[in-house]
Unconditional design. Structure first.
Length: 137
């Protein structure tokens, strides 16, 4: 019964957004930390992988709930992996690194905003559920 309350909201979708943005923040911070490391290639998480997981979470949320499988709204998946970015969007410097500070900070700020938005909406969902359960207006 309570599982239906959680899975019928956007909480599973927002969970995927929060996980992705948290792990992406770690990868972007590592890029900034290795800014002066010779030969370092910037790392990032796959946006395609994130989009497919988000789509999967939305599809699972929209499926009718089987009471015998309650509590299993999403299959177990491998964690997001930060890999060397396959699209070199920057120039290569004399030390063969390709990390631009401005680009990484810009991506970090966008990622931070996405993370905060997901947590804010998730917090509102929990407040609505608390209100619904307690019966107060």
């Amino acid at each position: 019964m309570l599982t239906n309350l959680f899975t019928s909201t956007t909480i599973p979708v927002l969970e995927e957004v929060a996980k992705f943005s948290q792990l992406r923040h770690t990868a972007l911070a590592g890029n900034i930390a290795n800014l002066d490391t010779p030969g370092y290639k910037f790392r990032d998480l796959s946006l395609d992988d994130f989009q497919s997981r988000l789509q999967e979470a939305i599809e699972v949320r929209n499926q009718p709930v089987d009471p015998y499988r309650a509590g299993r709204y999403a299959p177990q998946r491998e964690p997001f992996q930060a890999a060397v970015a396959d699209k070199p969007h920057t120039i290569t410097y004399h030390d063969k690194s390709n990390v631009e500070l401005e680009q990484q900070v810009s991506e970090m700020v966008k990622n931070h905003m996405q993370h905060n938005l997901a947590l804010t909406v998730m917090n509102q969902q929990f407040r609505l559920l608390t209100t619904a359960i307690s019966g107060r207006l």
